[in-house]
Design a binder for this molecule. Structure first.
Ligand code: ADP
Ligand code: MG
Length: 481
């Protein structure tokens, strides 16, 4: 990528709030119901009905605001954003415009180089989602499913502080982690509960003024956000280097072709004719209310990561992986608390074997086939030298397959480690006797051959000999002659 250009990115993230009912009505918000069974007269905007604000969304927005060090507006106002689209039967979307509930926040991300970087959060405002157009199963027609109409969204708008696709992803991941820690969104990207529009521009490096941006719509996976942004950066640089100009427009990312293409330009942009919604009162929030919400905040990802490093002595990178998912972090803590093994060992197994098994079989950690306490017993058997780390992997797989506890499997499969030094010595002697050539080379100074001998002893003992003892015995016996 050309270094003469600097990329500028700002993200608008739409987070579906995890309420049981809609933002202005009592209809349920559950995903996947039969089309048009979860929209009532308020969601459809029938005349004569009035929206009533769901108090829970206010609490959730405040939680988010406090978690990103933002200011909570003492007074915010819902506005009507007017436009025509089949999935919006009211003819307007209720959103917040001039006075959002959350503003002036920030987030620290880690850049690819490992540095901390502050990303400003301009605002986060509440709004209702629209319905959905359905194309599948129709020919010469489009279906409309209004179940999603009125589902609460928190739109989180960043400052144009991001400088690359990887920074954008780091920022988006962090927001994703925070909303799930707060319990305000399930963050399910396949179901559209967490999606983002990326605003992208480039400018000559060193220029203060921002370049003309395009807006990439509705990116619903981290991978697509990254690919769409990178494609768009290249495209804009090509346009500018060919002497052209970037047109301010909305573009759609096509994941099949891995390209973006125009959707609508600024000239065709809607004039939304925003005005305060006369059916809704302004939202007024007191200091006491904010203090109470602050009290209710859980430990946040940054604090948890620091605690994992400080209190458990974990490697920072491993702590960073564990805290990405609250259930994974909790699983690690439960394992570490229940085992005599070092916390870093527990972390290695949770990040390594356990995560691999969960991914391989598509199992959520909540449904893990090995509970934290059971994993802790396995780690105890490594710690007390009953089995080696290598044999433990075999035991882990058997536990995962439902063969029983670590102890049961070690007994039934006869995996107990050989720690009897006379037993080890006799295998070591036999191996040395069977390989006189290598033994002579070792004694002549080719110490690399120790690995060969260790391998032979392990083979003879089906991996059950204690590795430290084997090493010690080999060195002793090979020197002896
Ligand atoms: P709009 O409401 O028209 O989409 P905003 O000014 O609210 O515009 O900006 C939306 C997003 O676009 C924000 O995240 C902002 O940081 C980002 N943004 C604004 N200007 C640029 C630019 N020139 N390049 C990249 N991102 C930009
Ligand atoms: Mg926008």
């Amino acid at each position: 990528m050309s270094t003469a250009w600097e990329t500028v990115i700002g993200l608008e993230i739409h987070t579906q709030l995890a309420t049981t009912s809609k933002i202005f009505s009592g209809s349920p918000t559950a995903y996947g119901a039969e089309p048009n069974t979860q929209a009532n007269l308020v969601d459809l905007g029938y005349p004569g009905v009035l929206p009533v604000l769901n108090a829970e969304v206010v609490r959730m927005a405040c939680k988010f605001g406090l978690a990103v060090n933002a200011r909570i507006a003492p007074r915010s106002v819902f506005a009507r954003k007017n436009y025509f689209y089949p999935d919006l039967p009211k003819g307007y979307q209720i959103s917040q415009y001039e006075l959002p509930i959350v503003f002036d926040g920030e987030l620290q991300i880690e850049t690819a180089a490992g540095d901390e970087k502050r990303i400003g959060i301009t605002r986060a405002h509440l709004e209702e989602d629209a319905g959905k157009s359905v194309h599948e199963g129709f020919s010469q027609a489009t279906g409309i499913d209004l179940n999603r109409a009125g589902t609460p969204l928190l739109e989180i708008v960043s400052e144009p502080d991001l400088r690359s696709a990887s920074e954008a992803i780091a920022y988006m991941r962090k927001i994703h982690t925070i909303v799930r820690y707060l319990g305000i969104s399930d963050g399910n990207m396949q179901e559209g509960s967490f999606r983002c529009d990326a605003n992208v521009s480039v400018r000559p490096r060193g220029q203060a003024e921002l370049g003309t941006r395009t807006e990439l719509k509705n990116l619903n996976s981290f991978r697509f956000v990254e690919k769409a942004i990178n494609y768009e950066i290249e495209r804009q640089i090509d346009v500018l280097e060919d002497g052209g100009e970037v047109v301010q427009e909305t573009r759609l990312y096509d994941s099949d072709k891995d390209e973006t293409r125009p959707m609508r330009s600024k000239e065709e942009a809607n004039d939304y004719r925003y005005f305060p919604d006369p059916d809704l009162l302004p939202v007024e929030i007191s200091e006491d209310y904010i203090a109470a919400v602050r009290e209710s905040l859980p430990e946040l990802p940054d604090a948890k990561r620091k605690r994992f490093v400080d209190d458990y002595g974990l490697r920072p990178d491993d702590a960073g992986i564990l805290i990405l998912s609250l259930p994974l972090a909790d699983f690690f803590e439960a394992t570490a608390a229940a085992t005599a093994a070092a916390p870093q060992v527990a972390a290695n197994w949770v990040i390594g074997e356990l995560s691999a098994a969960l991914n391989r079989d598509g199992v959520a950690i909540a449904d893990s086939r090995i509970a934290a306490g059971a994993l802790a017993r396995l780690l105890d058997r490594i710690e007390d030298n009953t089995i080696s780390g290598k044999i433990a992997k075999e035991v882990f797989e058997a536990m995962w397959d439902g063969e029983g506890s670590a102890d049961d499997i070690i007994e039934s499969r006869g995996l107990r480690q050989i720690t009897d030094s006379s037993a080890i010595d006799s295998v070591v002697d036999a191996v040395i006797a069977a390989n006189p050539g290598q033994a002579a080379e070792y004694r002549a100074g080719k110490e690399k051959l120790l690995g060969f001998f260790v391998g032979q002893v392990m083979k003879e003992t089906q991996g059950k000999a204690n590795p430290a003892q084997v090493n010690e015995a080999l060195k002793r016996r090979l020197k002896a002659e």
